[in-house]
Design a protein. Structure first.
Length: 427
């Protein structure tokens, strides 16, 4: 009964948010009205958590340049603001999912969550004399997906109209829905984790010794509870505070880049969440080992798509502008109705994207000039668009890539990465 009340309360909040924004939109198209719309959205999503917050966070990142600047600025404030559920709620979910007998076999459950996000939170515990991690889904997340996305889509379309764009966001939101449904199925995540572990085991000996994943505890895993071995290690953020040597930072960069090359170009299996907290670092025998966590947003990419992507990369390398635009339209990266200026900016953006791979010698990832030029072109490109939404087929893949380059910049390293380009286009 309490659960039904929470769902009704959530629906009421979403309806109220929609009405509030509609009223403000009717009142005025002024700058102040736009800011108020964004504030209503950000505040409501933060309170509601679940699918609404997850989708809102992604949209605030991927579509920031599509919205009025005031709206994007307010939406950005909602990132990483997830709150934990109380232990009483968590205990109730564990008993519902596992039954009393299995629940009682788990001991020393930390009542305070180790980490919390919009979909679930993590608690440390002990089971059969081993330390384990319990990933427990917040109440009502699955049931909220359709209504939450419907509201977010309507609001996103409203913000796009405020910048005079005629964009069909349906494919993007269909992709979002698919990923959210997947992320709320922890049996599916357990499957991906096991599949990923097997892929690592299939790597050459010179690679696989540097990667590790948790082991699934199937006896304690359900659709809403994922039990795994507890993995020791330092977060990247904490590790960076220890002032690691340049050699260690270079080693970590190579581990990240090498892994991505295998994920997309060899396996067609990519863990697409770029959050730094999804990696732990261990140092053993003077070597770094990367521990990989959280496989909820893992995506499969078939050979057809991978090869199509490689062909686009080859066209960019050959500087064949006409072919780049043609392949980008076929790939769904830009709408054919866009202006000539928008298409030329797309080509310029692609040339900039591969610049780090074509640099003779080492590329300086801390180079503020490159970041500034890239951001400038991306902003001008998105500003020029009238019909093209973020490309839904690769939105999560490029989210991962952006996270990788953000990490490399954070490491303040200089690397020669031409070998990775050769690996990718000659796969």
């Amino acid at each position: 009964m309490a659960f039904k009340k929470s769902i009704l309360s959530r629906s009421f909040e979403l309806a109220k948010m929609s009405i509030n924004i509609g009223v403000k939109e009717l009142k005025s198209g002024s700058l102040h009205s736009r800011i108020e719309q964004a504030k209503v959205l950000a505040q409501s999503l933060t309170q509601l958590r679940g699918a609404a917050m997850k989708a809102g966070q992604l949209i605030s990142i991927e579509m920031a340049d599509y919205f009025p600047p005031e709206a994007a600025e307010v939406l950005a404030q909602m990132q990483n603001q997830a709150t934990s559920s109380s232990y009483e709620v968590i205990q109730k979910i564990l008993i519902q999912e596992l039954g009393s007998k299995k629940f009682n076999s788990i001991t020393k459950i930390d009542q305070k969550a180790v980490a919390s996000a919009s979909i679930a939170q993590i608690h440390r515990a002990v089971w059969e004399n081993q330390n384990i991690a319990l990933k427990i889904q917040h109440e009502g997340v699955i049931q909220s997906i359709d209504s939450d996305l419907s509201i977010i889509k309507k609001l996103s379309e409203t913000f796009c109209k405020l910048t005079q764009r005629e964009i069909d966001l349906t494919p993007l939101f269909n992709e979002l829905k698919e990923v959210l449904i997947q992320e709320t199925d922890f049996l599916q995540e357990a499957h991906f984790l096991n599949e990923y572990k097997n892929k690592i085991a299939s790597m050459d000996e010179k690679y696989k010794i540097f990667y590790s994943t948790p082991s699934v505890i199937s006896e304690l895993t359900t659709k809403r509870v994922l039990a795994m071995s507890w993995e020791e290690g330092e977060t990247i953020t904490h590790w960076m505070r220890t002032l690691p040597s340049m050699n260690d930072r270079n080693d970590l960069a190579h581990l990240i880049l090498n892994l991505y090359c295998h994920e997309f170009f060899v396996w067609g299996l990519v863990q697409t969440d770029p959050n730094f907290s999804n990696f732990l670092i261990r140092k053993t025998d003077n070597n770094l080992k990367l521990v990989l966590l959280d496989f909820g947003s893992t995506r499969h990419y078939d050979n057809i798509m991978v090869n199509q992507y490689i062909e686009l990369m080859r066209s960019v390398q050959s500087r064949n502008s006409a072919k780049i635009i043609s392949e980008a339209i076929d790939f769904g990266m830009i709408n054919e109705k866009e202006s000539t200026a928008a298409k030329e900016l797309f080509v310029k953006m692609m040339f900039l994207a591969i610049e780090p791979f074509e640099t003779n010698g080492e590329f300086d990832f801390a180079n503020s000039d490159y970041a500034k030029r890239s951001q400038g072109v991306i902003f001008e490109f998105v500003k020029s668009l009238k019909y093209s939404p973020p490309p839904h087929r690769i939105i999560f893949l490029h989210r991962k890539l952006a996270g990788i380059f953000s990490l490399l910049k954070k490491l303040e390293i200089k690397l020669n990465i031409t070998s990775y380009w050769d690996f990718m286009i000659n796969k």
